[in-house]
Design a protein around this ligand. Structure first.
Ligand code: TXA
Ligand code: MG
Length: 311
């Protein structure tokens, strides 16, 4: 049997039995389960130690299936046509007769939905007759996983199966846009906000305070578990130093996100580098200034959250 096919069949076997699996996506790896099964969804919350009031994103591969659960609108159609499948999550109104487990939404009347573009996620979603709820596959408040091994590090044998999908291409979580009223960005990701504005023919603003409307975007988030400071020119010897550009000297506390200030490359490497630093036993992190444009905005956003409070 073709390897891909057997991956997907195995995943279906576990998912049909209300279990969670690790699923690669182009943003980060997700901890996936049947969004219609309360039994499966409660396992996600337990494994992640996630507060019950923090709703999940549900992943689809077809509009037909989405239409059974959500009320679509014009803004959704404009963005869907331009950006899907891809790293964009929509908040939509939930239909009254939707089969989505009430644990997914914490009984809210809205649902976060996404169409991932990773071929393995797409292939899997296509053969299922239910959508997959999938938060990032990490213990709550910690750094998201971008490889299969990272997911193993988080949950070990507690999950039945993890699909191998290589390094996540983007490396940061999806952009979240609320479309239940006036469009509003709730979480910044890899997509340029100007491109979203253009597709909607409306200027979108990204205001940090809208984060407060997203239960999961509290400050204690994306935490590497040790103190982190930003915009540093130099670091002390006992600090891991995260760099964007090649330095002439070399030092064992140097960790490169990029050697030539490439922001996309830096985003892709960020979570792996944070994990590596933690593993090497560093107790503190200093980060060189990262340009606040394009995906740099999203990198700085995650670093700011990581630097706020550390467990
Ligand atoms: O890239 C991604 O979005 C990844 C991959 C696996 O798809 N998933 C992900 O899920 O980042 P998670 O659970 O780590 O983050 C989802 C965020 C949370 O902050 C949650 O509070 C917010 O989405 N959210 C979910 N449903 C919502 C809703 N109905 N209204 C507002 N925010 C919502
Ligand atoms: Mg997460």
């Amino acid at each position: 049997m073709n390897n891909n096919l057997s991956n997907i069949k195995k995943s279906k076997y576990f998912l049909d039995k209300h279990n969670c699996i690790g699923m690669p996506t182009e943003t980060v790896y997700g901890l996936a389960a049947n969004a219609y099964s309360s039994k499966a969804i409660s396992k996600i919350f337990k494994l992640k130690k996630r507060p019950k009031n923090n709703p999940l994103i549900v992943h689809y591969s077809s509009l037909e299936m989405l239409k059974r659960d959500c009320i679509l609108n014009e803004n959704f159609t404009k963005l869907y046509n331009k950006f899907c499948p891809g790293p964009l999550t929509f908040i939509l109104k939930l239909k009254k007769d939707s089969k989505i487990s009430k644990f997914v939404t914490n009984k809210k009347k809205t649902l976060a939905v996404r169409f991932p573009s990773h071929p393995k996620a797409k292939g899997l979603l296509k053969i299922l007759n239910y959508p997959l709820a999938a938060p990032s596959a990490n213990i709550s408040s910690r750094v998201s996983p971008v490889t299969r091994n990272h997911v193993k590090e988080e949950f070990g044998k507690k999950i039945k199966y993890i699909i191998e999908g290589g390094l996540s291409k983007i490396g940061l979580e999806s952009t979240i846009i609320n479309l239940t009223g006036k469009p509003e960005i709730l979480r910044i990701g890899s997509i340029d906000i100007n491109k979203l504005s253009k597709a909607l023919k409306k200027k979108l603003l990204y205001r940090k305070k809208t984060y407060m409307k997203v239960p999961g975007q509290n400050r204690l988030h994306y935490s590497p578990g040790i103190p982190l400071r930003m915009n540093c020119k130099e670091a002390s010897k006992d600090e891991a130093f995260i760099l964007m550009k090649k330095r002439n000297n070399s030092n064992k506390n140097f960790f490169y996100l990029s050697k030539n200030k490439n922001l996309k490359e830096a985003a892709r490497n960020l979570y792996s580098v944070l994990r590596m630093i933690k593993k090497k036993g560093y107790k503190k992190i200093a980060v060189e200034k990262i340009e606040n444009k394009g995906i740099g905005l999203a990198i700085n956003d995650r670093l700011q959250k990581a630097s706020k409070k550390n467990k």
